[in-house]
Design a protein around this ligand. Structure first.
Ligand code: HBI
Length: 96
């Protein structure tokens, strides 16, 4: 099924259910920063996200330094924010 970019109203509605995430117009995606007790916790979180991403065939753009993980979700195939990003963010929030 072709994936498409969400329009502004769809984006607003989706973000209402994703507290902690914000839309980055330049990156055309949603971003959230997570902070953990230490690097080991941060990396454990990244390992769990990696498994989700593989299962969803949808992968984050992310940055990690010590206990901080910054995640950007955007859909390259759609050229912006899509349902796939919302679904992955929702799954990530379940165990963040
Ligand atoms: N991950 N974020 C993101 N965006 C994509 O478009 C994407 C992906 N992971 C895999 C994927 N697309 C594949 O479906 C295509 O590369 C075939």
């Amino acid at each position: 099924m072709a994936v498409r970019e969400l329009d502004a109203s769809e984006r607003e509605a989706a973000l209402a259910g994703l507290p902690g995430w914000s839309y980055d117009a330049e990156a055309r995606g949603i971003k959230r920063t997570f902070r953990f007790a230490d690097f080991a916790e941060a990396f454990g979180f990244m390992s769990r996200v990696a498994i989700l991403a593989e299962k969803a065939d949808h992968h984050p753009e992310w940055f990690n330094v010590y206990n901080r993980v910054e995640i950007l979700l955007t859909t390259h195939d759609a050229g912006g924010l899509s349902e796939r990003d919302i679904a992955l963010a929702t799954a990530i929030d379940r165990f963040a």
